[in-house]
Design a protein around this ligand. Structure first.
Ligand code: PRT
Ligand code: ZN
Length: 290
C-alpha cells in the first residue's frame, strides 16, 4: 500500500487518566486536530492521520486486528490483554506499578503467606501468572473498579492493583508487599503496519516523538567560566552536542552553552559551580533532533 494516499490510524483513550497527555503528545509533535466532547474520531489537519477515541482496554485488540495501525496505551493493559502487537516506544508518562497489597493489620508479609487466600483484581491474567510463578495457590476475584475497598468488605484478603502515588492504598489502610511490574504508556503498532507503505509515515511520527522525548530529557545551560577550567569541562559535559565556547569581554573568562541531561542536571551544575561557573541560566528545550 502506498503511503501517499493512506491515512494512518491511531487509537487513543477518549477520556481518563492518559487521554490529555496522549493528546498533548500528538499536539507537541506538531499535529493539529480538534476534539469535541462527543466525537469518537478526528482527523489531523496537517498529517495523514486519523485519531480514534476509545476506551483504553479496547486499544490492543484494535491494533492487533489492524482496525488501527497504532495505539497509545499503558503497559499494564498490553500485558493483561496479551495481544500480538509491537511496542514501538515508551512515552514517559502514565507511570505506575502493579502491586500486591494487604490490609495494614493483616500480619501478611510475604507472597507465600497468601496461599489459599482471595485476591481481588481487575487484572486476572497478570495476577494468575504472578501467583503461579511463585507457586502460591490463590482464588482470584475479578472486580472492575474500586479494588481497594474489597478487603474492607471482607471480599478479599489482598489486592493486586496499580499504584502511583500510593495514597489510595494508604487511604484504604493497605500496604504493598510486592511490586509485580512497572508500567508506563507505550506507542504500539500492528506488525503489518511496519512492513508496508505505512512504515514511512510511522517513521516520520517516531522521529518527531524521539526529538520531543529527547528534548524533555535535556536542558540547555548557559554560563560564564574561568578559561582555565575549560579542560575539565569536556569531561563533565560529554553531552549529545559538544559545548559551544565563546569569548567574553571579561579577561580570562568564556561563555559556555551546552546541553545537560536532566537526570544528572543538579550534579553537573554543582560541579560546574565548583569550577567557578557564574551566571548559570537554564532553559527547557522544545525539540531536539540528534
Ligand atoms: O474509560 P477507560 O477504560 O478508557 O479508562 P480506565 O478507567 O480503565 O483507566 P484510567 O483512565 O483510570 O487509567 C488509564 C491508564 O492510566 C491505566 O491503564 C494505566 O496505564 C495508567 N495509570 C497510571 C493508572 C494509574 N497510574 C493509577 N494510579 N491507572 C489507574 N490508577 C489507579 C489505581 O488503579 C488505583 O485505583 O489509581 C489508584 C491509585 O493511585 P494512587 O496515586 O493513589 O497510588
Ligand atoms: Zn479501561
Amino acid at each position: 500500500m502506498k503511503s501517499d494516499n493512506y491515512n494512518l490510524k491511531i487509537a487513543v483513550q477518549k477520556s481518563g487518566r492518559i487521554a490529555d497527555k496522549s493528546f498533548a503528545l500528538l499536539r507537541d509533535i506538531g499535529l493539529n486536530f480538534e476534539i469535541s466532547d462527543r466525537s469518537l474520531f478526528t482527523k489531523c489537519e496537517n498529517f495523514p492521520l486519523e485519531i480514534m477515541l476509545v476506551r483504553d482496554d479496547d486499544i490492543p485488540e484494535m491494533v492487533e486486528l489492524g482496525v488501527v495501525d497504532l495505539g497509545i496505551v499503558g503497559e499494564n493493559i498490553i500485558l493483561e490483554l496479551n495481544k500480538n502487537i509491537i511496542r514501538l516506544k515508551a512515552l514517559n508518562f502514565g507511570k505506575c506499578k502493579f502491586v500486591i497489597a494487604v490490609p495494614n493489620e493483616s500480619g501478611i508479609n510475604r507472597i507465600e503467606d497468601l496461599n489459599g487466600k482471595k485476591i481481588a483484581t481487575s487484572y486476572p491474567f497478570q495476577t494468575k501468572q504472578f501467583f503461579e510463578s511463585r507457586n502460591v495457590k490463590v482464588e482470584i476475584i475479578v472486580i472492575n473498579g474500586a479494588v481497594e475497598i474489597t478487603p474492607l468488605l471482607n471480599m478479599a484478603d489482598a489486592i493486586a492493583d496499580l499504584s502511583s502515588s500510593g495514597s489510595t492504598l494508604k487511604m484504604h489502610e493497605l500496604r504493598e508487599i510486592e511490586e509485580v511490574f512497572k508500567s508506563e504508556v507505550k506507542l504500539i503498532s500492528n506488525p503489518n503496519s511496519l512492513t508496508n507503505g505505512r512504515k514511512k509515515l510511522i517513521d516520520k511520527l517516531l522521529l518527531r516523538i524521539d526529538s520531543l522525548l529527547c528534548a524533555k530529557k535535556n536542558k540547555y545551560v548557559m554560563m560564564n567560566l574561568p578559561e582555565q577550567s575549560l579542560p575539565k569541562i569536556s569531561e563533565l559535559i560529554p553531552g549529545i552536542t559538544s559545548p559551544t565556547i565563546m569569548p567574553l569581554n571579561r579577561k580570562g573568562y568564556v561563555a559556555l552553552h551546552s546541553v545537560v541531561a536532566e537526570e544528572v542536571f543538579w550534579d553537573t551544575i554543582e560541579k560546574l559551580k565548583e569550577l567557578g561557573a557564574t551566571g548559570i541560566l537554564v532553559s527547557p528545550i522544545e525539540k531536539m533532533v540528534v
